[in-house]
Design a protein around this ligand. Structure first.
Ligand code: DSN
Length: 426
């Protein structure tokens, strides 16, 4: 077949879109070129159901080596005993954990989606809310901080099997120690989904969840800056302290339960080309360059928070400890939906997001979520944050002025030329 110009020209168009725009979606990043190159490799041709050394197909000796390197590097990053690098995504990782440690109908307790939580933490439209009995904690209205009292009282009342911590739109660190204390009192396991802040945790810039959370999941493409995918990790509860049984009633190591839940529980053949790319990204995370990157994320986010504050924007919890801000636009008289659309016209990409206690629907919302991992990868430092905030404010203040939005777009495109993206690609 001839080269598929339709698709390759769209890939080039997407590259140009990424190059010229301000990418502020908190869950996105620009992975290294070698990571991208590894994703398009011949390992995609290989079936490798099972795990290194124990596969259901022949010819796996090479992918075994690559998967072992990915596992070893991930263990080194987080100082953990167990890692599974096969989940195709964060949602798949969470599904596998729940399959491993829960029975259908068991109670789970997670952060409410409308308060910053994630679909897979019990939302009624998701498998986690359909197969299990979901309960939620939230944030405090006055502070925007996790309501640990609510978490504790709900846990004591309902006695969940699993407490899930972690969020998609929460700008503060977590009190994992307190959550574990509650879990121990009610006999629950704790799963931390660190998909968003994982890169900052890897470099010890935020609290370490591993000593308190029995199981930790993440994606690999957000602050970890790797290929799109998921991982499951355990530091020290591999012994299965709560005696969770497999479906034959045997008490197995947590590592066995989790491995079985990924394959054959929820997935078939692993994406060995993506696992190779994960290995590359994990190698990059182990470098000093990544330490500098993670520190810069926090510096940029804090300067950005101040710049928004100076323009009378309200952020939930009034600032950030991590890589993102959840901006409440209610005092600016514009919805999240409209803000996302208007900013898009100026090549500034954000996502609309519900704010806690939102009076608008998830489709309209009162807020936007703004994150700095991607612009930090582009090379932006503290001094560049003011331009971003000024441009966002300018757009929102001239939301219906197409000519003005077009001028801002030109300024954004010119600004972005200072920060080349994949110059090797021409
Ligand atoms: N959709 C991701 C995010 O944007 O946070 C979470 O899965």
């Amino acid at each position: 077949m001839q080269k598929d110009t339709a698709i390759f020209s769209l890939i080039n168009k997407e590259l140009e879109r990424q190059r010229r725009g301000l990418e502020l979606i908190a869950s996105e990043n620009f992975t290294s070129l070698q990571t991208i190159q590894a994703m398009g490799n011949v390992m995609t041709n290989k079936y490798a159901e099972g795990y290194p050394g124990h596969r259901y197909y022949g010819g796996c000796e090479v992918v075994d080596e690559s998967e072992r390197i990915a596992i070893d590097r991930l263990k080194q990053i987080f100082n953990i005993e167990y890692a599974n690098v096969q989940p195709h995504s964060g949602a798949q990782a969470n599904a596998a954990v729940m399959l491993a440690v829960l029975q259908p109908g068991d109670k789970i307790l997670g952060l409410d989606l409308s308060m910053g939580g994630h679909l897979t933490h019990g939302a009624h439209v998701n498998f986690s809310g359909k197969l299990y009995e979901p309960h939620f904690y939230g944030v405090k209205k006055e502070t925007g901080l996790i309501d640990y009292d609510m978490l504790e009282s709900t846990a004591k009342k309902i006695k969940p099997k699993l407490i899930v911590c972690g969020a998609s739109a929460y700008s503060r660190d977590w009190d994992y120690e307190r959550i574990r204390k509650v879990a121990d009192e009610v006999g629950a396991l704790v799963m931390a989904d660190i998909a968003h802040p994982a890169g900052l945790i890897a470099k010890k810039l935020l609290k370490d969840p591993f000593d308190y959370c029995h199981i930790v999941t993440s994606t690999t493409h957000k602050t970890l800056r790797g290929p799109r995918g998921g991982i499951i990790m355990v530091r020290k509860d591999v012994e299965n302290p709560l005696g969770i049984k497999d479906n034959k009633g045997n008490i197995r190591l947590m590592s066995n339960l989790l491995d079985m839940a990924v394959f054959p529980g929820t997935q078939g053949g692993p994406l060995e080309h993506i696992i190779a790319a994960k290995a590359i990204a994990f190698g990059e995370i182990l470098t000093d360059e990544f330490t500098g990157y993670a520190k810069q994320i926090i510096l940029n986010a804090q300067v950005m928070a101040k710049a928004f504050h100076n323009k009378d924007y309200k952020s939930i919890s009034d600032g950030t400890d991590n890589h993102l801000l959840l901006i409440d636009l209610r005092n600016k008289n514009i919805s999240g939906k409209k803000a996302e659309q208007v900013l898009g016209k100026a090549d500034i990409t954000v996502n609309k997001n519900m704010v806690p206690f939102d009076d608008k629907s998830a489709f309209v919302t009162s807020g936007i979520r703004v994150g700095v991992p991607a612009v930090t990868t582009r090379g932006m430092k503290e001094e560049h944050m003011q331009f971003i905030v000024d441009s966002i404010d300018d757009c929102l203040m001239h939301a219906d002025d197409e000519a003005h939005l077009s001028t801002i777009k030109n300024n954004v495109n010119e600004f972005m030329q200072q920060f080349p993206l994949y110059p090797e690609l021409g």
